[in-house]
Design a protein around this ligand. Structure first.
Ligand code: ASP
Ligand code: MG
Length: 416
């Protein structure tokens, strides 16, 4: 069995969905589970429904906008008499029914029940269009298979049960299903975290002992840098699972971080390649692969904050202090991307996704002296050399740097 994942950008409009047919014909699609994300920006639009539902219960404009987009695409792909119009209409009426009948005040629960419509709808459209184009497939509801606890918006997979659900799966067919979605034991939708469709595909690959998984993207594969920031970005043809985990830990956004682990456990190779040039091979991530070509890999994280924390009485920053600080970071969901410990101070680069920095500062200032430089950039280079490090730093305001084995990190204040 193979598992293919098509993300939101690869199914964003009628032409993109037609291109999926082209990709499948070029690459082959026997015994394949095709996992699709919501079309284009749909997940963000569905999030708006959740917010308006909570703010003023005025969500119908948002729903109608999404319906209109999807129906425009449908009308370009199907004849108006086809059954798919009824299927999609039913989802929209289910969405209204849920919102009208819902009694829960649990934001995360409601979020998952609403946002899941994006993938249900896109997978139906793709499945029906592939069937119409001669790629005969069966649509499945992945919520019958992937089971999680009820941590809405960040479901934790119940592996034993999920594996069992795949036991009698007929591996001789082609399937289309949803990324991002799972269900709890009450059959409520649970999502796996934003951008979680890669992870869904990896879960399925794991349970089916797949031969390979392919992620189809709008870039040629895994690059040694983000082409948005580094003009000379190059394609990595081969990398190991470990290297991929390192790259995503430091902030490379190619693959959802949770994706690699299930693949690594069963040694399933992951191929990341372009849906625009499906004949090209892209990147292969597999066990023991040495990075090829062996070139430096650059990761840039912007809008990071540099915190230097020291004791008020110049005493050492001991374990007790560190455990207090890290406990606060963990409770406030602030991610540390670089750490440097000295005798009387520690420096941390933090990412404040949930806007909790001022709360953290407030709580730490009770016991410590703080120095904060906001909105700096953190550059991480894997496999670098002295010349590259020098080039990166020249004429820049370097605040902190660190070299640990293969990984060089430098914090730069670009605002000066
Ligand atoms: N549609 C979901 C999101 O945008 C999942 C995904 O695209 O992987 O986060
Ligand atoms: Mg998406």
């Amino acid at each position: 069995m193979n598992v293919y994942k098509f993300g939101g950008a690869s199914v964003k409009d009628a032409d993109s969905i037609k291109n999926v047919v082209n990709v499948l014909r070029t690459s082959g699609y026997n015994n394949t589970v095709i996992v699709v994300s919501a079309m284009g920006n749909t997940t963000n639009e569905l999030e708006e429904i959740v917010n308006s539902y909570f703010v003023n219960n005025n969500y119908s404009d948002c729903i109608e906008k999404i319906r209109k987009n999807h129906f425009e695409i449908l009308s370009q792909l199907f004849d108006y008499k086809e059954n798919i119009f009824t299927i999609i209409n039913k989802y929209f009426s289910d969405l209204y029914t849920f919102l009208k009948k819902n009694k829960s005040q649990n934001y995360n629960f409601i979020y998952d029940q609403i946002v899941s419509f994006g993938e249900l709808i896109s997978s139906q459209i793709v499945s029906n269009y592939l069937n119409k184009s001669g790629i005969i497939n069966t649509w499945i509801d992945i919520r019958d298979y992937i089971k999680t606890d009820n941590t809405y918006r960040e479901g934790k997979v119940i592996w034993k049960l999920t594996e069992k659900n795949f036991e009698n799966f007929d591996t001789s067919k082609v399937y289309v299903t949803q990324g991002f979605l799972a269900a709890d034991d009450n059959y409520f939708s649970v999502t796996l975290g934003r951008e979680g469709s890669d992870y869904s595909a990896a879960i399925i690959a794991y349970c089916l002992q797949a031969e390979k998984m392919i992620i189809w993207k709008d870039v040629p594969g895994v690059m040694n840098a983000d082409p948005k920031y580094f003009k000379e970005a190059q394609l990595l043809k081969f990398i190991s699972y470990e290297e991929t985990i390192e790259l995503s830990f430091y902030g490379a956004s190619v693959i959802h971080p949770k994706t690699i682990q299930p693949l690594q456990q069963k040694e399933i190779p992951l191929n990341v390649r372009s849906f625009i040039y499906p004949e090209k091979k892209g990147t292969i991530i597999k066990k023991g692969a040495t990075i090829d070509p062996l070139i430096p890999c650059f990761i840039l994280k912007k809008d990071i904050h540099l915190l230097t924390i020291s004791s008020r009485d110049f005493s050492f920053m001991q374990e007790k202090n560190l455990s207090y600080i890290f406990n606060k970071l963990s409770v406030l969901n602030i991610k540390v991307t670089m750490l440097n410990i000295a005798a009387v101070s520690i420096s941390l680069c933090v990412e404040d996704k949930y806007n909790n920095l001022s709360k953290l500062i407030e709580e730490l200032e009770i016991f410590f002296k703080l120095n904060i430089i906001k909105n700096v950039s953190l550059y991480t280079i894997r496999h670098s050399n002295a010349e590259i490090q020098h080039k990166l730093k020249s004429n820049k305001n370097v605040l902190l740097e660190q070299l640990v084995k293969n990984t060089y990190q430098v914090v730069i204040n670009d605002s000066l």
